[in-house]
Structures are given as C-alpha cells and as structure tokens.
Design a protein around this ligand. Structure first.
Ligand SMILES: CC(C)(COP(=O)(O)OP(=O)(O)OC[C@H]1O[C@@H](n2cnc3c(N)ncnc32)[C@H](O)[C@@H]1OP(=O)(O)O)[C@@H](O)C(=O)NCCC(=O)NCCS
Length: 170
C-alpha cells in the first residue's frame, strides 16, 4: 500500500540516517548498491546533498545530488523509494526537491545515469522532462550500459512542481 504523499516530509539526511539509507539500498536495488561507507563519505566530505523522504518517522525514500564547484550542472547521483511504496508519488516528490536544490544553487541542468534495462526509471524520468543524451557502455559492475539523461531546469518550472506537491521539510 503506497504512503500518503500529503503526510510525507523531505529533509536532509544526517549521519544518524546511515543505517536507514543502506537498508533502503538493499530494498531498492539488486546490485551496485551504495554502501554505508559511500553514504558516510557523501554525508561528511562530498560536495553533495542527500535527501530523505520520511513517513511517520520511517525512511521511505532517498535521493542524492552531487555538485561541482563552478558548474551549472547538478548530478542526480541516486534515487530510491521503498518498493512497497513505489508508484505513490514519493519518487516525484524527491525528484522535485532535488530540482529545487539545483535551482537554488544556480544549476541550469541536471544530468543522471540510469541502467539501460531499467525501463520503469527511464519512463519515470522521461515523463518528468528528462531526455536521453547518450549512453555509457560498461557503466555498472556487471558490465551493463547506462543511458545518460538530462533536463534543462527553469526556476519557474521547479517552483510550480513544488507548489503542486505542497510544503516540504528542510
Ligand atoms: C524510480 C523510482 C525512484 C520512482 O519512485 P516512485 O515513488 O515509484 O515514483 P512515482 O510514484 O512518483 O512515479 C512512478 C510512476 O510509475 C507509475 N507506477 C504505477 N505503479 C507503479 C509501481 N508499482 N511501481 C512503480 N511505479 C509505478 C506511477 O503511476 C508513476 O507514473 P507517472 O510517471 O505516469 O506519474 C522508484 O521506482 C525506485 O526506487 N526504483 C528502484 C530504484 C531505481 O531504479 N532508481 C533509479 C536509479 S537511476
């Protein structure tokens, strides 16, 4: 049963969320999961923003944006929703929050990579304005290719997406 989007909050992750983040990776991915070590690095040393979707104190989704100083491109480095909650709008909320952070940082585009065989995620991105801009052979540890996708951001577009889904946490 999908979580009610209206009672979901989005906030920045902290080190106390490490275990929940890793657990979500195990639920959401079969391979190439982000490890505890990688999340620890993202939360402490990387130029990155890790967001959590939370419902009744339970972490139900996460997204990571990676930034590069002086670049107008933000990279969606990861996004995952608890499989029992997928299809209920949480991914859209997280993606809109990532886009808002990117706009606030002055980014003009978001880039991402997605497994070429991940039809659900590719369709999810395409319906939210992302376009395929290339492919990356041998991108994943099992040798699978990735599609590179990008979206041009407009400050007003990100704002209207957020107004449609209501208030967010920090
Ligand atoms: C991609 C992902 C983050 C999307 O999250 P989500 O919460 O399912 O997203 P939403 O509910 O906002 O939108 C999903 C879309 O699929 C549709 N859908 C319907 N049933 C669904 C189901 N059982 N599961 C997933 N999506 C479903 C939704 O209606 C929605 O359609 P729309 O694009 O026409 O609006 C999530 O599916 C996920 O975690 N996948 C596994 C990890 C992954 O592949 N991440 C991407 C790595 S690049």
């Amino acid at each position: 049963m999908a979580t009610a989007v209206s009672s979901t909050t989005v906030r920045s992750a902290t080190l106390s969320d490490l275990r929940a983040l890793v657990y979500l990776e195990h639920l959401g991915f079969e391979s190439d999961r982000f490890t505890l070590r990688r999340y620890r690095y993202l939360l402490t040393r990387a130029n990155a923003t890790t967001l959590l979707a939370e419902h009744r104190d339970r972490v139900v989704g996460a997204a990571v944006m990676a930034w590069r100083r002086g670049s107008v491109v933000g990279r969606l480095y990861n996004i995952v929703v608890d499989p029992s909650q997928q299809g209920g709008g949480l991914g859209s909320i997280l993606l809109a929050a990532c886009e808002r952070h990117a706009v606030e940082r002055g980014c003009q585009r978001i880039h991402l990579e997605v497994r070429q065989d991940n039809a659900n995620a590719i369709a999810f991105y395409e319906r939210r304005g992302y376009q395929v801009i290339g492919s990356r052979p041998d991108f994943y540890t099992d040798g699978s290719a990735a599609l590179a996708m990008a979206k041009q951001l407009s400050p007003s577009g990100a704002l209207s997406a957020l107004m449609a889904i209501g208030p967010l946490g920090s």
